[in-house]
Design a protein around this ligand. Structure first.
Ligand code: G6Q
Length: 543
């Protein structure tokens, strides 16, 4: 039997890692650093403006070699090429996966079904640019002739999380005369709060939905239309106050939006991989076309690096492999993402979808249950806030939580000592996690015996520190692409399909069945389990 068709855990490369894990699992970072003064140098990679220090991981040179061997044996190199060249690697949906084409330069060629898609990407970009400039300059007028002051993006999941994250991350680049709001939740509060201080005459809605059928988005879009028309009192106003981002022209025009005001994308752009497509229209209006292009260029740089660099120096490959090392060998269940940059406060939420919707799968692409762990849980908050909250558990709890620290040499806002203090904290946290504090050290400091166990930090808690020059459109593009490709690296090794999301379907179907039971005037015949039936009855009585 050749290794390719052997179950993953029976391949020579996996077994070698298992044996190696048994040998090195108790090595302490304190000793690894003490033994090798050049450790930091050896275990740091740098590309596309990201200084990626992974020396505070529980790895030796052998670990890295064995992990890279696993990647090679998994055919990762070929799979990367398949993705970039438009092979239909999203097997369960029979689609190519080409978010990388969204940031390819104009002269690039990426062929899908016999057609080079790059010119189409750039056509849409140009259309977005013309529109964005009109809104930014005030040339685009609302129905009553007033310029647009407020932009409300209506979308959910991949049509929301990327745009919100990017808007928040690049707020410092945004045109401050414009107000941006994002409505996603079917909970009416979301819409009500988003528009409570806006006037319809000055408000533009971007209805962002790949399918244009999503319950939440369509419900919110309908509510937005009612809200706008109540004030503007003329159906014709829709054309001036609603634009769409979608792949579904028929549904867009069915909603009443002129398809001239529709910005398209394609089935080879997955929802959670779509922030660089027309789904980023709100981002482009906020930061302007030039900065949007810089963001694309940053992502493209990381794409090229991922496609070409050997795995030992390849940031997304290393990130994915290190994640796999803890997830599958140390039994770690989560990864904490800790940006030391307030503007990245929505980055962990964005990554939750990217990572967990992609790699939260329990069967391989050919349908067999896996006998190893797949996607870890991603979570996090910006530093230093998290330090005063959950870091206690990371430092002294019983769980192993690898951390991704993300930090920038230059702040977006230079205020007194703030940035140096922020950076002192991020470096200190990674240091404390790795090296801890021993009972012996505490004893020397005169800590009373009974307090020593409480004050001991065992250390050996792994982290990556990513240090970038500053947060700007380019570096954001690089960071997002880094995580996207790290997810791909893992998905390919786990042999799962990172580009579908069947796990979100069942709940949608059941909600579709339950909604009429909640709303019917007559007592419905409930045929659920006793718990669901009782909850529905209780709700009907109390609603
Ligand atoms: C992402 C998922 C999902 C999707 C939303 C919105 O990868 O497919 O989060 O983005 O369900 O879908 P629409 O854009 O079609 O409304």
């Amino acid at each position: 039997m050749n290794d390719e068709i052997k179950p993953l855990t029976e391949t020579a490369e996996w077994k070698a890692l298992k044996t190696h894990y048994a040998k090195i699992k108790d090595l302490h970072l304190r000793d690894l650093f003490a033994q090798d003064p050049k450790r930091a140098e050896k275990f740091t990679a740098e590309a596309a403006g990201v200084y990626f220090d992974y020396s505070k991981h529980r790895v030796t040179a052998t670990t890295v070699n064995l992990l890279c061997d696993l990647a090679e044996a998994s055919g990762l190199r070929e799979k990367i090429e398949d993705m970039f060249t438009g092979e239909r690697i999203n097997l369960t949906e029979d689609r190519a996966v080409l978010h990388t084409a969204l940031r390819a330069p104009k002269n690039a060629t990426v062929v899908v079904d016999g057609e080079n898609v790059v010119p189409r990407v750039h056509e849409v970009l140009e259309k977005m640019e013309q529109f964005a400039e009109k809104v930014r300059s005030g040339e685009w007028k609302g129905h009553t002739g007033k310029p647009i002051k407020n932009i409300v993006n209506i979308g959910i999941g991949g049509s929301d999380l990327g745009p919100v994250m990017a808007y928040e991350a690049l707020k410092d680049y945004s045109q401050r005369s414009l107000t941006f709001r994002f409505v996603s939740n079917i909970d009416g509060t979301d819409f009500a709060e988003a528009v409570h201080d806006l006037h319809p005459e000055e408000t533009l809605f971007i209805v962002a939905s790949k399918t244009f059928t999503t319950l939440e988005t369509m419900t919110n879009a309908g509510t937005a239309r009612d809200w706008a028309l109540k004030a503007l009192k003329d159906e014709a106003a829709v054309a001036k106050h609603f634009v769409a981002v979608s792949t579904n022209a028929a549904k867009v025009s069915g909603f009443g939006i002129d398809t001239a005001n529709m910005f398209g994308f394609w089935d080879w752009v997955g929802g959670r991989y779509s922030m660089f497509s027309a789904i980023g229209l709100s981002t482009m209006i906020a930061i302007g076309p030039k900065h949007f292009r810089e963001m694309l260029a940053g992502a493209h740089e990381m794409d090229e690096h991922y496609r070409n660099a050997p795995f030992e120096e390849n940031l997304p490959a290393l990130m994915g492999l290190l994640g796999l090392w803890y997830n599958d060998f140390f039994g770690a269940q989560t990864v904490a993402v800790l940006p030391y940059e307030q503007y990245l406060r929505r980055f962990p939420a964005y990554l939750q979808q990217l990572t967990m919707e992609s790699n939260g799968k329990r069967v391989t692409l050919d349908g067999h249950p896996v006998d190893y762990q797949t996607g870890p849980i991603y979570w996090g908050e910006p530093g230093t806030n998290g330090q005063h909250s959950f870091y206690q558990l990371i430092h002294q709890g019983t769980k192993l939580i690898p951390c991704d620290f993300i930090a920038f040499c230059r702040p977006r806002r230079r205020l007194g000592r703030h940035h140096d203090l922020l950076m002192a904290n991020v470096f200190a946290q990674a240091e404390a996690l790795a090296f801890g504090k021993t009972a012996e050290e505490l004893g020397k400091e005169g800590v009373k015996d009974w307090l020593v166990p409480h004050k001991t930090f065992e250390g050996n808690r792994p982290s990556t520190t990513m240090l970038l020059e500053e947060l700007n459109p380019k570096s954001l593009g690089r960071l997002v692409a880094l995580y996207e490709h790290s997810v791909f690296t893992q998905g390919m090794i786990w042999r799962i399909g990172p580009f579908d999301q069947w796990g979100v379907e069942l709940g949608k179907v059941l909600a579709g069945r339950i909604a009429p039971e909640l709303e019917s005037p007559a007592e419905p015949q409930l045929k659920h389990d006793s718990s669901t039936n009782a909850l529905i009855r209780r709700y009907r009585a109390g609603r």
